[in-house]
Design a protein around this ligand. Structure first.
Ligand code: NAP
Length: 296
């Protein structure tokens, strides 16, 4: 194991979900963070500054601003912004490779890339293959690199994947067959694992950590919410056609295919023993059942 990091860790995406969790976990270790932000005056950037985070103004399309922001850091974490359509996938790759180039220019000792599960191969999912390309580019850069490959965020159950309450019953609907297990992780734990790698308190075997905190079928997920609510629960598998765009359809098709390879739930716990499973995530986030659609 290498010596623990004592210098500054740079974080790209610090005002977002994953980068924010990385910042939080690094601050928990009393280490220093420099956030690379496009708007230092934004409320989220200012909230980071209020917690002692140094802000470096950057532009993702300005390599000089990135290399300057990475000067003298001991580690660098980056994620890439969501591509919301096929036309944005190239932009995602460009941001990733520009960040890698800047890290090379600045001579960063260790880079952690927040990739996605399955990015070890081309899967045909455009916004996963983009991360495969960035991983390859980073690997060829000569930098010391670690990949943390995220699965579906548990936080989606508080937004786009939220269960409903219908006539006294919890109902979870996803475009996933009911016998297919979904691999998932909490954003909190993505941050904790990335921070452990950056701070040198843990190593990624082979330079990769697959971030899977739980793996459950639809009925099992619905049951976890039902148990918490003390209510009956059911799962309904929806067709892929309910998804609004080709990227999401390709992603859910890939989730079903990835179910053929069961996850190693111990890998992430070897780094962060307190990694949440879904039942624990439901408890620690204080999830409560939504209002019944029947209004009762
Ligand atoms: N949702 C899931 O279940 C899931 C699962 C696995 C992987 N992923 C992947 O996770 C990624 C999204 O991560 P997230 O949810 O943490 O993102 P997020 O919360 O949307 O945050 C995006 C961050 O990137 C910054 N950013 C965006 N465009 C930028 C630009 N042009 N220049 C500089 N900074 C920019 C944002 O800064 P501002 O504050 O300035 O906007 C923000 O800090 C996507 O690549 C997605 O494919 C998602």
């Amino acid at each position: 194991m290498s010596a623990h990091a004592t210098g500054t860790i740079a974080v790209f995406g610090a005002t977002g979900q994953q980068g924010g969790a990385v910042v939080h976990a690094i601050l928990d270790h009393k280490a220093r963070v420099r956030a690379l932000v496009r708007n230092p005056q934004s409320d989220r950037a200012q909230a980071l500054a209020a917690r002692g985070v140094e802000l470096a103004a950057i532009r993702a399309d300005d390599p000089a601003s990135l290399a300057a922001a990475l000067a003298t850091v001991e580690g660098f974490y980056f994620m890439t912004p969501e591509a919301n359509g096929l036309e944005e996938v190239e932009a995602e790759i460009r941001i990733g490779t520009t960040l890698v180039d800047a890290a090379v220019e600045a001579g960063v000792p260790h880079v952690v890339f927040n990739s996605v599960f399955g990015a070890d191969r081309e899967s045909g999912v455009p916004n996963h293959d983009s991360k495969h390309s960035i991983e390859e580019y980073l690997r060829k850069s000569g930098l010391r690199a670690s990949m943390v490959r995220a699965t579906a965020f548990m936080e989606n159950f508080a937004s786009v994947m939220a269960p409903s309450l219908e006539h006294g019953e919890i109902v979870l609907r996803l475009p996933l067959p009911e016998d297919v297990p979904l691999k998932m992780i909490s954003v909190r734990d993505i941050g904790r694992v990335a921070a452990a790698l950056l701070l040198g308190t843990a190593q990624a075997p082979g330079g990769v950590v697959e971030l899977v905190g739980d793996e459950l079928t639809g009925p099992q997920m619905a049951a976890a919410f039902g148990v918490r609510a003390g209510l009956p629960a059911r799962y309904e598998a929806l067709p892929l056609s309910v998804l609004p765009n080709a990227l999401d359809r390709a992603m859910f098709r890939e989730f079903a295919e990835a179910a053929g390879s069961p996850a190693d739930l111990s890998a992430v716990r070897a780094i962060e023993p307190a990694t949440l499973d879904l039942a624990e995530w439901i408890r620690v986030t204080g999830w409560t059942a939504p209002t019944d659609v029947a209004g009762v």
